[in-house]
Design a protein around this ligand. Structure first.
Ligand SMILES: [Zn+2]
Length: 464
């Protein structure tokens, strides 16, 4: 047996749904042993032995919903900036979304362009979702074979003209085609007719474009529920595996739970903004809050947390989607004009932990929701788990470290953030990718160092 590269010792290893003292032994970029002792004399010699004391060691977080936008809209967000933000947060794998980049990732050639753009500049591991738009269905098999983790479709306007949608009536056909190549269909689920009617009503009432309620009332919970119900029917009728993206309306979790109890292969994710922001608190003109579906009220937020606690919601992912300030209508503060999308890649684990802890949850819960869960949703079998055979992607996390968000110091492109100035508890201190340190918070410092050159790898379905 080769000498291990690293032995990482902690009083709080987060494994198998619990915490215990122990040590992680790493060789060749993989976890080769998880020991119960913290006594270095009883552990193998290694090139590096690090005892982090009472700091927790978790599997690296996995963010299965990131809009990198490169190539084509790299001025919105690119691989270098996004993956540095991820590494700083303890996120060791991201899964890129197929739209907003040009071309969108709807065929194997577009995936190749994505991979070429990403390869030299990623600081964490990157996998890719494929996309499907009307007319691109013929590319499903090729793109699946090229290694995407599944296929994303919209049921409503995606916001960009090159990425068309499948209205709910067309989901059954689409699900059958995706099931035929044995892939997962992941869906932005809002019913367009419901959105159109609600938006028309808001316009007819001549509501204040700077008021958050003007945006919220145009995207009612009913729109999500109708589209999710159609997706459930499509999955039930075709046997397709389906996934509900960025659930905002808590009632959707009830639909998912009922479908699952009925044998439907369905998973669901939500996002930090739905769990830590509430519509009641949105200031006028706060366009940094705009996303679709929208941040809803506090009662809804409590129900999302309950659906996480009972296991209905599988994962928490960022839906990170920055845009330049002019597109965000930063000057006018108009929710009507502003591009939708919240940038939070570097903040997700700390945002969620701050609120999860307040609600009595554990680091094991955080790991389930932000590492194991998203890895499972994306089909990444060696990620998100602190166990033998998994990639040695690890985060040393200080669950008690209090800090204040300064959006201007975040690594992602465009500093606009609804969390600027927010006080958080808990933070990644050191991030390991394949057993090597890729980011670390300087002692007493506030801005993580991210290593160079970029050490991330590109992941292919079936090989990660
Ligand atoms: Zn998204």
């Amino acid at each position: 047996v080769d000498t291990p590269d690293l032995v990482l010792i902690s009083r709080r290893l987060v494994t198998d749904g619990g915490e215990r003292p122990g040590a992680v032994v790493v060789a060749g970029g993989r976890i080769v042993a998880v020991e119960d002792t913290t006594d270095p004399t009883q552990l193998p010699d290694a090139a590096t032995v690090t005892d982090v004391g009472d700091l927790a060691v978790l599997p690296g977080f996995v963010d299965a919903h990131v809009h990198v936008n490169e190539p084509g809209r790299t001025h919105w967000e690119g691989f270098a900036t996004a993956t540095r933000a991820a590494a700083a947060a303890g996120i060791t794998t991201i899964v890129d979304m197929p739209l907003n980049s040009l071309p969108p990732t709807v065929d194997a050639d577009a995936l190749e362009q994505k991979r070429d753009a990403a390869a030299p500049q990623t600081s964490v591991d990157v996998a890719f979702w494929g996309g499907v738009v009307p007319g691109s269905e013929t590319h499903l098999a090729d793109l699946h074979d090229a290694g995407v983790m599944g296929f994303k479709a919209f049921t409503c306007d995606s916001g960009v003209p090159e990425y068309g949608c499948f209205v709910p009536d067309r989901l059954r056909d689409l699900a059958a085609q995706v099931a035929a190549v044995d892939a997962t269909l992941i869906v932005h689920a809002e019913d367009p007719a419901t959105v159109d009617a609600a938006t028309a009503a808001v316009v007819a009432e001549d509501r204040d474009p700077r008021a958050y309620a003007t945006w919220l009332d145009g995207r009612p919970a009913e729109a999500e529920l109708r589209a999710i119900a159609a997706l459930v029917d499509a999955a039930r009728d075709t046997g397709a595996r389906v996934h509900v993206l960025h659930l905002a309306a808590a009632g959707g979790a009830d639909l998912v739970a009922a479908a699952r109890a009925d044998g439907v292969a369905i998973t669901v994710e939500t996002c930090p903004h739905y769990l830590t922001l509430a519509a009641e608190d949105a200031p006028d003109g706060a366009v940094a809050w705009k996303c679709a579906p929208p941040v809803r009220d506090r009662g809804n937020q409590d129900r999302l947390w309950a659906a996480l606690a009972d296991g209905t919601i599988d994962a928490i992912v960022s839906d990170h989607s920055p845009a330049p300030a002019d597109l965000k209508a930063a000057v006018t503060g108009s929710f009507v004009e502003a591009w939708g999308g919240i940038a939070s890649l570097q903040l997700g684990p700390s945002l969620v932990w701050t609120e999860a802890r307040r609600r009595g949850h554990s680091l094991a819960d955080l790991t389930r929701w932000m590492a194991a869960g998203p890895a499972r949703v994306a089909g990444l079998t060696r990620k998100g788990r602190l166990e033998v055979g998994a990639d040695a992607d690890l985060v040393v996390f200080d669950p008690d470290l209090a800090w204040t968000v300064d959006a201007s110091t975040l690594y992602h492109r465009h500093p606009m953030s609804p969390y600027d100035g927010r006080q958080l508890t808990g933070r990644a201190v050191t991030t390991y990718l394949h057993g090597e340190v890729v980011a670390s918070l300087p002692p007493g410092g506030d801005v993580p160092d991210v290593g160079a050159p970029p050490a991330g790898r590109l992941l292919t379905r079936g090989d990660a």
